[in-house]
Write a protein that binds this ligand. Structure first.
Ligand code: ADP
Ligand code: MG
Length: 476
């Protein structure tokens, strides 16, 4: 009989609250401050039971609106935090303080059917159901069909497909190590492999989980003195996929266990798929022997997206949102501007669509720019103060060194003020940071420069045009 011990109620509450904070942060990043504050900030975590998150909102209208627009991402972000989460439900709870009893009532009045995933909590099942508690659930949207292939991800995609279509371990691809920056599709590809094998070879046991969950399971097994069955369970799978392996850096005993599991599976000719945020050789805090094992098979990196890939992804998303019209120009604009990662790109598109639906207008380039103001600025972070100083100095035919000097003649001081002004507008640097970059000037000097340039632009159209031109050149 295998025993599992759950974390104490207290530990669980703290963990849940932390996860909720992470979900809120991701919602804020995806939708921006304005939408977040009006729609998402009022959400409150009430409870989590049987893989279902219960959230309260103050009004019925808000509930409807959130169900119509944000629920998918709320669920997605939650299940990213905690793979056991399968459903999110929203309940109305007026802001007025409520007695404990009535809160309980809301929760307990949930119909049983509102908990589609409520399962008998049978301890033995935890370890024996490879796709249940030991592993993590799969996002139904993360399939090969929904994955757009382009130059930056073609190797990773091709390798993932081979593993997904093969009926046994793929020679030269064990492990398949996928790596790349955040939001570039590693998890998507791993889920796609799992879906495919599950569909076409239901007899093969596929186990997908994050390295974090691997560690959690391992630590729990240690605590319960139950490592034998832990090992057996992991070693009985045909395909083991561990996501975000960088998580185990610095965690020595977990690494040790991972290393043994890894070797045991490779010895038995079982397929491994691992992802990380950098290549095996660059994984700091991971033992040399583990790193070298990780690099044994095929190491495929996912590069940052290209314009074509971003546009392709946007087009495919739009096709799936039936009845939503987005001008090609807007898609191109987004693909051009939101270059950080695919997650942010999707978030931007969702915001634009949500806004248009909310105010009932059509989507235009102007509305897109207005809705995404903060996000666009953040993506312009690539422009550095050094770039600005160079460009402005070149434009006015002065030396870059003059940007750092204290010379006060207008021919020098004015371009310097313009450069400060542009640094404020085009980068996310604070006033003191900008001051430092201009030869250690005070933040009030920068503030003064910004004000001065604004005034001059209002008074003198020609001057305004000059500043505008510099801004455009820097942004293109
Ligand atoms: P990672 O695990 O690398 O951080 P994810 O796999 O979670 O990234 O991807 C982030 C989001 O971007 C997901 O919603 C995913 O579906 C989407 N995405 C990433 N790459 C692609 C792609 N090539 N085609 C379609 N969607 C993609
Ligand atoms: Mg991921």
């Amino acid at each position: 009989m295998i025993r599992t011990v759950k974390p104490s109620a207290q530990e669980q509450k703290i963990l849940q609250q932390q996860r909720w904070e992470n979900v809120r942060e991701r919602l804020r990043a995806a939708y921006g401050e304005a939408i977040f504050n009006s729609w998402l900030a009022p959400l409150k975590l009430a409870d989590i039971k049987n893989g279902q998150v219960m959230i309260t909102v103050p009004t019925r209208f808000m509930r409807e609106w959130i169900l119509a627009h944000y629920i998918d991402n709320i669920l997605r972000f939650w299940s990213n935090e905690d793979r056991s989460i399968h459903a999110v439900d929203i309940f109305v709870r007026p802001e007025a303080p409520m007695s404990h009893a009535s809160r309980e009532q809301i929760i307990s009045s949930l119909p049983e059917t509102a908990m589609p995933f409520a399962q008998p909590q049978n301890d033995t099942q935890h370890y024996s159901d490879a796709e249940g508690h030991l592993g993590a659930s799969l996002d139904p949207r993360y399939t090969f069909d929904n994955f757009i292939v382009g130059k930056p991800n073609e190797l990773a995609h091709a390798a993932a497909r081979r593993v997904a279509e093969s009926t046994s371990v793929v020679e030269g691809c064990n492990p398949l190590f996928l790596y790349g920056g955040v939001g570039l599709g590693k998890t998507h590809l791993m889920h796609a492999i799992a879906w495919n094998i599950r569909r076409t070879q239901p007899k093969r046991k596929v186990l997908y989980l994050s390295a974090e969950k691997f560690m959690y399971q391992f630590v729990r097994a240690l605590r319960n003195k139950d490592t034998v069955s832990f090992k057996e369970q992991f070693r009985s799978v045909d395909v083991l996929m561990i996501d975000d392996v960088q998580f185990i850096s610095g965690k020595d005993s977990t690494q040790e266990e991972f290393f043994h599991t890894f070797n045991a599976l490779v010895d038995q000719n079982k397929q491994l798929v691992i992802s990380g945020d950098r290549s095996p050789s660059d994984l700091d805090g991971i033992e040399e022997r583990v790193r070298s094992r990780l690099g044994w098979g095929l190491v495929a990196d996912i590069h940052t997206t290209s314009f074509e890939l971003r546009l392709g992804i946007l087009q495919s998303k739009i096709e799936k949102m039936q009845g939503i019209q987005v001008p090609e120009k807007v898609l191109e604009f987004l693909a051009h501007k939101i270059t950080s990662n695919v997650r942010e790109l999707e978030g931007a598109l969702n915001r634009v669509v949500a806004h248009a639906t909310l105010v009932g207008t059509s989507i235009t380039l102007d509305s897109t720019q207005a809705v995404l103001y903060d996000l666009l600025r953040a993506n312009d972070r690539r422009i550095t103060i050094d770039d600005i100083q160079k460009k402005v100095a070149g434009h006015f035919n002065i030396k870059v060194a003059d940007m750092h000097s204290a010379r006060r003649s207008v021919a020098i001081a004015r371009p310097r003020q313009i450069a400060m002004y542009l640094s404020k507008k085009l980068t996310s640097k604070s006033l003191p940071e900008i001051g430092r970059k201009f030869g250690g000037k005070d933040h009030t000097t920068v503030m003064h420069a910004v004000k001065r340039i604004d005034e001059l632009s209002k008074k003198d159209p020609e001057f305004a045009e000059d500043v505008e031109l510099l801004m455009r050149m820097l942004q293109s």
